[in-house]
Design a protein around this ligand. Structure first.
Ligand code: ACO
Length: 331
């Protein structure tokens, strides 16, 4: 079974309610219909009758809930919640209502916050920043977590490395600046995400251009310090670094460069030292190895909200909804 078929089966076992706020994109309707037909999740679309009619084409929305935000009896509840959550920022009820009605991702996040939905997926026609900002502002992080980060599940065909070719790569999507503390938190969240999505024991490699002190630089020290922090905070996680990518995944290289490591040579959870490295790294593997790249999936949020690529196909939306539903099951 492919990775995504595994995830769809998991999602179907306990159906969750997922909001798709991008009424203006035909891929939303195609995906919603597929999700309903396959029984992956209960889908909620947001849009006025006019907005939906102008965009849905011939798709039959039987079995899909459509919320009209102009007549929704919960609307005042969401305005009140918005004002409460953004009180420190001085947001007024008028501003809250305007923002919610202008950008339905805010509406979707408020539905989640008020317990009327289990998660949301957007980004087919919005940038990553515009997709995740409402979630950062309204849903916030899980208790004890400082930063939301973004991982990909990489499913590499015909690959003997990782967990039968499956890996988690992070952070590939969110944090522009990393210090050792943030890097350690990304590694811990990613180990838990690997366990949740792949089901096997995570082995975390914290990458650099150096392996175990082969080069000296502040960048290398930052990664080595992050490894120490992970070991202190979560002694149950198998982690090592700093490691070069070949030493992290290839047994013969690991024997030469990090012979005493219980992670080097068999790592399956790959933590990059910067957003540039993570974002470029996942795209290299996706394109050159023709790997499945599922994400970016956000980790560390109090409720699951996920982003899509603007180049996505409807099937990609189906996959990300299934992953969001699985995150909601484990929340
Ligand atoms: N974790 C938790 N909270 C955060 C995070 C984070 N990583 N980043 C920002 N926040 C919070 C802030 O504290 C702030 O909260 P507040 O309003 O309650 O004070 C709120 O989110 C908004 O923060 P800003 O810094 O004002 O938001 P901004 O929009 O400038 O930045 C963002 C946040 C969107 C995540 C930004 O860091 C970003 O653009 N990152 C890069 C995204 C990107 O382009 N990725 C590559 C493409 S993705 C791909 O290729 C798959």
């Amino acid at each position: 079974m492919s990775f995504i078929d595994d995830i769809k089966a998991q999602a179907k076992s306990d159906k969750k309610r997922i909001v798709l706020p991008e009424y203006m994109d035909s891929r939303t309707y195609e995906a919603a219909v597929k999700i309903a037909q396959e029984g992956i999740a209960d889908i909620v679309l947001i849009g006025t009758p006019e907005e939906i009619a102008a965009n849905k084409g011939d798709y039959d929305l039987t079995g899909i809930t459509v919320i009209d935000p102009t007549t929704d009896p919960n609307r005042q509840k969401y305005i009140d919640k918005f004002v409460e959550l953004r009180a420190k920022k001085g947001v007024t009820p008028e501003q809250a209502e305007e923002q919610m009605m202008k950008d339905y991702m805010y509406y979707a996040c408020l539905m989640c916050k008020c317990g009327d939905a289990d998660g949301a997926v957007s980004g087919a026609c919005h940038s990553t920043g515009n997709t995740i900002r409402p979630a950062l502002q309204l849903l916030k992080t899980k208790p004890g977590i400082h930063s939301v980060s973004g991982f990909f599940v990489m499913d590499v065909p015909d690959c003997e490395f990782g967990e039968n070719g499956r890996f988690v790569f992070a952070d590939c999507a969110v944090n522009v600046d990393f210090d050792s503390e943030k890097l350690a938190e990304i590694a811990i969240l990613s180990a838990d995400s690997f366990k949740a999505f792949i089901g096997a024991e995570p082995k975390v490699a914290m990458l650099s251009y150096s392996t175990k002190g082969s080069a000296k630089h502040d960048d290398v020290t930052k990664v080595a310090e992050a490894v120490k922090l992970v070991k202190e905070q979560r002694p149950d996680i198998k982690v090592d670094g700093e490691l070069q990518f070949d030493a992290a995944i290839v047994g013969s290289v690991a024997k030469l460069k990090a012979p005493d490591s219980d992670v080097a040579g068999s790592a399956n959870t790959i933590i990059f030292p910067s957003l540039e490295a993570g974002n470029i790294g996942y795209k290299l593997v996706q394109r050159l190895a023709k790997a499945g790249a599922y994400g970016p999936v956000l980790q560390g949020l109090s409720m699951p909200v996920n982003d899509l690529s603007r180049g996505c196909f409807a099937d990609d939306i189906v996959g990300v909804v299934a992953m969001t539903a699985v995150q909601a099951q484990k929340a």
